[in-house]
Design a protein around this ligand. Structure first.
Ligand code: NAP
Length: 296
């Protein structure tokens, strides 16, 4: 348990994950592009440094949780990047959801320095990051997976080694296909309930515990019926993940009919300036089509 942990990217997810590491007693060094977010972690016991390079130089394991593929690229490369501070035997764990094929390239670059890479995207939303109950899907070397587990347990309850490098990101995309399909079903169902004049709260209570129950229904359903669009996961980030799904599906020749439809619905909402809403605001696209408004 004596390995020093670095954390880069203290957004909605990273701040909760890093805070859990600190609270579980780990030695944590942080960097965030916007300094104030690192200061918040320093206030609860982390050490804030001034570059990704400084994180890699002072830690055995460097965790990354930034937005998209170019952002992982940005924190890895350049004079102040992770790669310039990385040494033999060190481990980089990428919790961002990014391109599976770029992941292979990053892992190779890290491997050229004698270090290791695990792709370890997460699921469970901002609530899971804060409570330490994330699902983590991991691709990479089995020994490095074993090395990482005692630290990942600080913020994850389901920690699964799913295969070689890149497999973690592919499983995360499987997860996203399931998430948006469920989100479309929840949106249609609640708008249908609204059209039928049902009590939405009672409807949710009646169905959430049965065969139709889901994380999305239980966590976002109550938000949707009171028109609370604050994001656990923004439409912009959701759309980024769907782009990754569509790209990977194209490479693999896999049909993703429903996911393509939801991608277009989110695109319409982005055009209306709603990219900062939570992904449960998908229902607004159906409201626009039907003239029915949820929760009125
Ligand atoms: P977020 O709140 O928008 O935070 C993004 C983080 O990335 C911030 O710390 C941001 O720094 C940093 N960042 C972005 N671009 C950067 C760049 N070019 N260089 C350096 N830092 C950069 O996003 P989030 O919700 O935490 O998501 C982070 C990752 O987790 C994403 O890949 C997302 O898909 C994935 N994820 C999110 C959820 C969720 O429910 N939110 C669930 C599962 C997985 P600043 O503070 O300076 O902007």
């Amino acid at each position: 348990m004596s390995e020093r942990i670095g954390f880069i990217g203290l957004g909605i997810m990273g701040s909760g994950m890093a805070r859990n590491l600190v609270e579980k007693g780990h030695d944590v060094t942080v960097w965030n592009r916007t300094t104030s977010r690192a200061d918040e972690l320093a206030a609860v016991g982390a050490t804030a440094v001034d570059s990704p390079k400084a994180v890699a130089e002072s830690c055995d394991i460097t965790m990354i949780c930034v937005s998209d593929t170019p952002d992982v690229e940005a924190v890895l490369h350049g004079g102040q990047g992770v790669l310039s501070g990385l040494g033999e035997g060190q481990l980089v764990i990428d919790h961002s959801t990014i391109s599976p094929s770029a992941t292979l390239r990053f892992a190779e670059e890290v491997g050229d320095l004698g270090a290791f890479w695990l792709d370890a995207p997460v699921s469970g939303g901002s609530e899971g990051a804060a409570r330490g109950t994330l699902s983590i899907m991991i691709g990479g070397d089995a020994d490095q997976f074993e090395r990482s587990v005692p630290f990942l347990e600080a913020f994850g309850t389901t920690i699964t080694h799913v295969g070689p490098t890149g497999a973690g990101q592919l499983v995360k995309l499987v997860n996203q296909i399931l998430v948006v399909g469920t989100q479309l079903a929840v949106s249609e169902a609640l708008l249908f309930a609204e059209a039928g004049g049902l009590d939405l709260e009672k409807t949710l209570s009646a169905v959430a515990g049965g065969a139709a129950g889901s994380w999305m229904l239980s966590n976002r359903g109550p938000q949707m019926i009171v028109r609370d669009w604050r994001p656990g996961f923004t439409i912009d980030l959701q759309q980024k993940d769907l782009r990754l799904v569509l790209e990977a599906a194209d490479e693999l020749g896999a049909p993703v009919v429903g996911t393509g439809l939801v991608f277009q619905m989110y695109r319409a909402l982005q055009r209306r300036g709603l990219g900062g809403d939570g992904n449960h605001a998908l229902v607004k696209a159906l409201e626009e089509m039907s003239g029915i408004t949820l929760g009125t």
